[in-house]
Each structure stands twice: as C-alpha cells, then as structure tokens.
Design a protein around this ligand. Structure first.
Ligand code: 5GP
Ligand code: MN
Length: 327
C-alpha cells in the first residue's frame, strides 16, 4: 500500500495510543490540525495525548478540545504512534522530542515545501495551502466521520494559512473543503470573530510602536519593521500576539517582500518572518539561506546576531533575490 493517506488511516484504526505533535509557537494551522487529529482519534475511542512547548494562543482557545494540549511530561513516555502535523523540520518540535520513548510508528503530515521527511511515513503535500486541508483529505478518503468539532478546527486551520482565503494558495480544493466544513455546521462569522476580532489591546499597542519605525527599502519594494524586547515589555503583548502583524507591511502597494524582525528573549536570537507578493521571488529560499524554511510565499528563520548587522544582511539578501528574479 503506497498511498500514505490510506496507510495512515489504517494505522489510526489499528493502534491504541497516540501522541499528536505540532511545532512550537503554533499558528492556526498547527493548532487546528493538531486538535482535529486528536478529536478524530478520540472519536475512534483511542488514547490520545497532545503536547506542545507553548500553550494554545488565546485566540484559538475557543476551538473544541483546546484544553487537551499540555506541556510534555518530565519523563519520556511510550506510544504506539506519534503523529507530527505542520512541522517542516523535526527540530521545530522543541523539547518535546526528548520526552518521546518507544513508538511503533512515526507519521509526518505536512505541506511545507522545505519538509525534511523526518518520519517513517511522510505525507507531504506542498500544493496543499494548509496542513488542515491534508487532514480533511485524510478524513474523507480514510472514510472517517467529519464531526462539527473536527470541521471547526479544520476551518480555522485552512482559513488562517490562506489569509482567510485571500492568498494565492487559495485553491478550488480549499474552497470546496471550506464549503463542506460550513455545511457540517461551522459558523464562519463566530469563528472569524474569535480569530480576527478578539485581539488584546496590548497587540494594537505593540503594532503602534512597531509601525512607527516601518522602513521601506530597495525602491519601496521591501517593507520591514522590528518588534523589540522593549516593545513587548512596554505594550504587555505576548509573543503569540505577533501572528498576522507582518500583514501590515505586505499590504503596501508596490511592496514585493515584507519582513518582520523580532528580538526574542534568547539573547541575540532574532526571529524573522518573510512574505513574498511576487511569484518570481521565493522567500523559502531566502529563509533557507539563513537556516530556516517554509513556503515560496511565506517563510521564516531564526538567526543569532546583532540587530543592525542582521537587518543589513537580510535586506541585502532580499534585494539580491529581487534582482536575480529580473525585477
Ligand atoms: P511565520 O512567518 O508565520 O512565523 O511562518 C511562515 C512560514 O514559515 C510557516 O509556514 C512556518 O512554518 C515557516 N517558518 C517560520 N519560522 C521558521 C523557522 O525558524 N524555520 C523554518 N524551517 N520554518 C519557519
Ligand atoms: Mn501550515
């Protein structure tokens, strides 16, 4: 049996105890996919644990079963099957990796073009706009029941990774999946109010500070700004509040690449988010150059360095990529 979808469906039916993982600092696709798989397994009467180094961001806590996510235990634990969702490189699972004891099967379900196929069964679909879309396929082709709880998690997953169905990765298949999920009973208005209209005021204050220093470079084709440790402290915003902040830089007319630099509490470690608005500019390869990865249009990396030097190096690399693309 070579179809990973059917192979995975079989493993889910066969085994009893499961661990479901996603990357640290989880986004909507990560949380939605992780919860959808966990709920599916519970519906099948299986034992399920769901671990993450970081908690479920507040705006996703309305999702069914979001309280199932715990920090990993201190001592390693054995499972029949370990399932990783939306994780491109195994290192992005964080400290969780050290708490996994014996396992009979290891599954990797993901949509990153940079996925390192780190498991035994790798179901990687780079054309899928979200991992949630692949889970949707698993449910349909695997012959599982699509409950309202699963549908809600999958809608959140697909909506967030497609920019609420606005990015170029929005496909006929993702809109069809969305239609099915709505038919199952998902209330789009309620869900979007939770995800997009329930930000803490501190996030707006953080954005206000950051936008004050928005910079345009390379003939206004690159837009970037910084989130400094000071800004987090002054605004009271949390790290999880940064999701979507890069959209303000990408929304500017004429901008081809948007970058968000974030100082992290780890001394000298800088997190970067990249977005491309031009099909010829591949930010995944730019991110890879700095040790990260992602997709052609949305990628990220973490590097160690002095902020000013990092900024100079990264903006120069983006300028070079724009030039290489003949733009
Ligand atoms: P975001 O900018 O929203 O954090 O991430 C955009 C995309 O890039 C996501 O698909 C995410 O998985 C990927 N990404 C973000 N940060 C990193 C990183 O440090 N390393 C790798 N390999 N991928 C990243
Ligand atoms: Mn994703």
């Amino acid at each position: 049996m070579s179809d990973p979808c059917l192979q995975i469906a079989e493993l889910l039916r066969q085994h009893q105890s499961f661990l479901v993982l996603t990357h640290y600092r989880p986004d909507g696709d990560a949380v939605g996919s992780q919860l959808a798989v966990a709920i599916l397994l519970k519906q099948l009467g299986k034992q399920v644990e769901v671990w993450n180094d970081d908690p479920v961001p507040a705006k996703f806590r309305f999702l069914p079963n979001s309280d199932i996510v715990t920090r990993p235990p201190d001592a390693p634990k054995d499972f029949d099957v370990v399932i990783a969702v939306d994780i491109s490189t195994w290192q992005r699972v964080g400290t969780v990796a050290q708490r996994i004891g014996q396992r009979k099967a290891f599954i990797n379900i993901d949509h990153h073009v940079s996925n390192e196929n780190f498991a035994e069964i790798n179901w990687v679909v780079p054309q899928a706009p979200a991992t949630g879309q692949i889970i949707f396929d698993l449910i349909r082709r695997g012959g599982f029941d699509l409950s309202l709880d699963i549908a809600t998690c999958l809608y959140a997953a697909i909506a967030t990774d497609t920019g609420n169905f606005t990015y170029t990765n929005t496909s006929a298949a993702s809109l069809r999946a969305a239609a099915d999920l709505v038919e199952t009973g998902v209330n789009v208005g309620d869900l979007c109010r939770h995800i997009y209209e329930s930000y803490p005021y501190a996030r707006v204050q953080l954005l206000q500070m950051a936008l004050a220093d928005l910079t345009l470079a390379d003939h206004n084709r690159i837009a970037y700004y910084w989130l400094t440790n000071d800004m987090f402290q002054q605004s009271g915003a949390k790290r999880e509040d940064t999701e979507g902040l890069i959209d303000y830089a990408r929304s500017i007319q004429g901008v081809l690449v948007a970058v968000l630099f974030e100082e992290t509490p780890d001394l000298g470690k800088i997190r970067m988010s990249f977005r491309s608005k031009h099909p010829k500019v591949d930010v995944n390869s730019i991110a890879r150059h700095f040790g990260g990865g992602g997709h052609r249009e949305a990628a990220g990396a973490r590097i160690t360095g002095v902020p000013h030097d990092v900024e100079e190096k990264v903006i120069a690399a983006i300028s070079a990529a724009i030039k290489d693309a003949g733009l």
